[in-house]
Design a protein around this ligand. Structure first.
Ligand code: NAD
Length: 324
């Protein structure tokens, strides 16, 4: 199955959180297709540098704004109609859950509603970045979209999980009641260049530690598993969903499942590092297992991940080498 490109030259796309890790790669891909892209970001976890290479591109505008305050309507790039709105803004690392919980709740609730209003008014396609965290600590493995999840509503991760679940509900509410053209992608652990070395997620932490020759800190006994997706594969999947007429939710990820211990060892090996593994206390509500059922992505979108862990991790290690 091949989905025809629906958004390209002549189309205006708004990307919220555009200066973040995943969204900045999405911006690059949209620019590559010929779209005109407006990125909105308040830089709470993103960085202007991630988009520095586009500064002189006439089809690109970066605006500093907090989407929970409404869209900056006075800005000429915002005043004009959008063909698609990609709502990617949200802090996403476990460290953020403890330090900026209110900001996470606000961007997932008020921010999402603000953008749904605008997408509805513009008749734009609205794509919302949801997460595998919507499944919580899953009792079903691997996770199909039909699984409703197992989330602790008052746990440390709940500010993120529940904000995303609210975003999904809001997206479907607007679709049903107002006819908004919507799509929800449930993103599984993704890694690659432009992640913050200190963002608390396993891969950047392990790579930074390996490159410094420090012990690799693995939580618990390291037997918990994650599937990991290289960012280029994810961006391809998200654009397939954008081009389709599917509402989702649709999982996007890969089926390469690693235990945290295997991941630490693989990174040490690929980085040529002398580091050894050190086990530290496990954080609460840390899910035991996470792996997508990709049946829907395959059958509805023709999505197939193509970048294996050795290649993806090596590219990421190279990016971090110059920064750590
Ligand atoms: P990121 O923190 O690098 O990017 C998020 C961006 O949103 C940042 O640039 C941040 O400054 C911006 N932002 C946050 N609140 C904002 C606000 N109120 N107004 C304007 N901008 C705001 O994170 P990421 O890993 O690239 O994640 C991007 C999206 O993908 C998020 O919605 C996240 O929940 C989702 N996601 C990511 C992963 C992953 O593995 N990376 C997994 C599941 C879901």
């Amino acid at each position: 199955m091949v989905i025809a490109q629906r958004f390209g030259e002549g189309h205006r796309v708004l990307v919220t959180g555009g200066a973040g890790f995943v969204p900045s790669h999405l911006v690059d891909a949209l620019i590559g297709r010929g779209c005109t892209v407006v990125a909105l970001d308040n830089f709470i976890t993103g960085a202007k540098d991630n988009l520095g290479h586009l500064a002189d591109n006439p089809r690109f505008t970066l605006i500093e704004a907090d989407i929970t305050e409404g869209l900056p309507a006075h800005h000429p790039a915002i005043a004009e109609r959008f063909d698609a709105i990609m709502h990617m803004a949200s802090p996403a690392s476990p460290t953020d859950f403890g330090t900026i919980p209110v900001e996470i709740l606000r961007v997932g609730s008020i921010g999402t509603l603000n953008l749904l209003e605008r997408a509805t008014a513009d008749g734009a396609r609205f794509l919302m970045a949801s997460t595998s965290e919507a499944y919580g600590d899953p009792l079903v493995h691997p996770q199909p979209e039909s699984y409703w999840g197992n989330v602790n509503p008052v746990g440390i991760r709940s500010v993120y999980d529940e904000a995303k679940r609210f975003s999904e509900a809001a997206t479907m509410g607007y679709h049903r009641a107002r006819g908004t053209d919507v799509a929800i992608v449930r993103i599984f652990n993704t890694y690659g260049p432009r992640m913050r070395p200190d963002d608390g997620r396993a891969i950047p932490t392990f790579i930074s530690q390996a490159l410094r020759g420090e012990p690799i800190t693995v939580h618990g006994d390291g037997s918990q598993t994650r599937s990991i997706t290289y960012v280029d594969d994810l961006v391809r999947g998200i654009l397939m969903l954008l081009d389709s007429t599917e509402t989702g939710p649709i999982n996007c990820g890969t089926e390469h499942e690693f235990t945290m211990r295997q991941l630490a060892e693989k990174i040490t090996e690929l980085a040529g590092s002398p580091s050894t593994v050190k086990f530290v206390e496990r954080t609460s509500d840390d899910p035991e297992k996470r792996r997508p059922d990709l049946t829907l992505a395959r059958t509805r979108l023709g999505y197939e991940p193509s970048i294996g862990p050795d290649e993806g991790l090596s590219r990421t290690i190279e990016y971090f080498r110059s920064r750590v």
